[in-house]
Design a binder for this molecule. Structure first.
Ligand code: UDP
Ligand code: MG
Length: 144
């Protein structure tokens, strides 16, 4: 059967707060398969591609500050409807009101920073997943 892929990032707040294992545990416990994983450091160039739909927003510079504030973890998970499933596990963008039981609802909050610190990125469609996998597992590696 044709299995879908998703790229997730455990953002710098998640790594800093020692929540890497907890986030991965939830996705694995749901039943998705870990295909690849690595530590990475975001750069403004990589982020401009990763968040290409957001670069013109007024809050974009604060996202760059947030995402370059420390190391992150990039991982690929696979499984039928994995994009829907992981985004459901992740919860709504705003962690203050994200549903309890979700990764963001349970593990993240507003700390008063300019950007929305919400622990996890999860690709939103198969095309973006493949684009982001190429970005974090090829280009970022090649630049080291
Ligand atoms: N973000 C932010 N301020 C905003 C909107 C988004 O800092 O007003 C950040 C936040 O970390 C979010 C990311 O930009 O996760 C991408 O935004 P998107 O709307 O794609 O949310 P997601 O798909 O991550 O839920
Ligand atoms: Mg998004």
């Amino acid at each position: 059967m044709n299995s879908e892929r998703i790229l997730i990032l455990i953002k710098p707040d998640g790594v800093r707060r020692n929540l890497t294992g907890e986030v991965l545990r939830r996705i694995e416990a749901k039943g998705y398969t870990l295909e690849n994983i690595r530590m990475a450091e975001a750069t403004p160039q990589i982020l401009a591609e990763h968040y290409s739909e957001l670069v013109d927003k007024s809050f974009y510079p604060s996202i760059v500050d947030y995402m370059t504030s420390g190391p992150l973890v990039a991982a690929i998970f696979t499984g039928q409807r994995v994009i829907e499933g992981v985004r459901s596990l992740a919860g709504a963008t705003d962690p203050t009101t994200a549903a309890p039981g979700t990764i963001r609802g349970d593990l993240a909050r507003d700390w008063g920073s300019d950007s929305v610190e919400n622990i996890i990125h999860a690709s939103d469609c198969p095309e973006n997943a493949e684009k982001e996998i190429a970005l974090w597992f090829a280009k970022v590696q090649a630049q080291r």
